[in-house]
Design a protein. Structure first.
Length: 122
């Protein structure tokens, strides 16, 4: 017996859902969910995937690569131009840690709430 699971949503903890939703909206172009607010915000992708952001009291950002506060989630995005994608994401508020384990085919960045994510060449 097997079950087919369809991923429909990913939710990240953070201190400021609206700000993190705006970062990922500008980075991905996903549409802002009309009922987004201070406690919970979200983005809709055209194929139905929902990316959510929920406010957590006393949120502690992940520390990467140090695991003092482990990463709770890790997102990966494909891009066709690493340098351009990195520049845009840094301008939007991402940061780039010194430790870069991927090599020439990708980069690790950190979103404004501290979640590490990767961009890799298509």
């Amino acid at each position: 017996m097997s079950a087919h699971l369809q991923l429909v949503a990913i939710t990240l903890d953070c201190a400021d859902p609206e700000a993190l939703a705006e970062f990922y909206h500008r980075a991905t172009g996903f549409e802002l969910h009309p009922e987004s607010g201070r406690e919970f915000a979200g983005l809709n992708r055209a194929d139905g995937l929902f990316l959510g952001f929920q406010r957590v009291d006393n949120y502690r950002a992940p520390q990467w690569p140090d695991q003092t506060v482990p990463q709770q989630i890790h997102l990966d995005f494909k891009v066709d131009d690493l340098d351009l994608a990195e520049a845009v994401l840094l301008e939007l508020g991402a940061t780039k840690p010194a430790y870069q384990p991927i090599g020439d085919k990708g980069r690790v960045l950190v979103d404004p709430a501290g979640h590490p994510f990767c961009i890799t060449l298509v």
